[in-house]
Write a protein that binds this ligand. Sequence first.
Ligand code: AMP
Length: 326
Amino acid sequence: MMNVMQEILRKIKEYDRIMLFRHIRPDGDCVGSTKGLKGILRCTFPDKEVLLIDHQKSAFLSFMGEDDQDVPDSVYESALGIVIDTATTDRISNKKFALCKELIKIDHHIEREPYGVLNWVEEDASSACEMIAKFFVTFQSELKIDRSAAAHIYTGMVTDSGRFRYDGVSGDTLRYAAALLDQGIDTETLYAHLYLRDFDTLKFKSYVYEQMQMTKNGVAYIFISSETQQRFGLDFEAASASVGYLDAIKGCLCWLAFIENEQDGAIRVRLRSRFAAINHIAEKYHGGGHACASGATVYSREEMDALIRDADAHIGEYKATHEGWM
Ligand code: AMP
């Protein structure tokens, strides 16, 4: 890893202009890692132009601030593009990434498409932000950071690791997080942004607990129709957050949220599990992701039922052949 990190730093030094890219449907990790690396590069190399241009927004992450304004295509053409937290090019949000002179990939998803001239992929890292923090700590004698960049990176580490709880969190994760905290992050305000909920959201949560279903072998699931989203005044992301409400049911090793997309009628699937990997099920239904957190899309209620049956059979088999699960 040291070599590729060194090569990335060398490449960054070579270019006067660096542009950062992330994935569609932005989450805390891709926003935090791009904004965080941008902050590090701005502090360290004040003479370089560092741009982050992306039109996809998440209301939930609006507290992290705005990105840069559009620039002409010619600006991209002389830039080094760094794409973070995005396994495949089809998931890169700003499609103009393709104009960049060269691309670097920094990611922690399963490697399927090494699209960069340099590809730094750590499938075991708990977040892409952890990798950016590692990059900072590794080259601490050369790189500078400020409180705001540290807070962005810390935000992604916290959100992608479920507050340092999920598998993948290591001693190093906490050591890198500590280096960020040393910059003086206001965690009380950060956690207020991340975890305070509106009254109506909690009403929606109680709806999810009322409506959730469970299969024979312990797959919990919920379907959130467009109508339900309207009834509770939810945007798509808020409705999608319902998967998290199902994460602590005893005996349910897998939990699924199906969220109808009002625009095209497709149903977004969010798959989560503990102990048993479920990404092969996501892959069967037009998706992919991590072993225990992946995403997919189904195009009918029948396909949704088929996915639930597959998950149920898989969890049934897992339970029959493993011990120690809860
Ligand atoms: P989500 O439930 O959308 O947050 O997805 C969980 C994880 O799976 C994230 O790390 C996503 O990057 C990944 N993922 C979601 N959808 C897809 C997809 N269609 N193809 C590949 N990976 C995906």
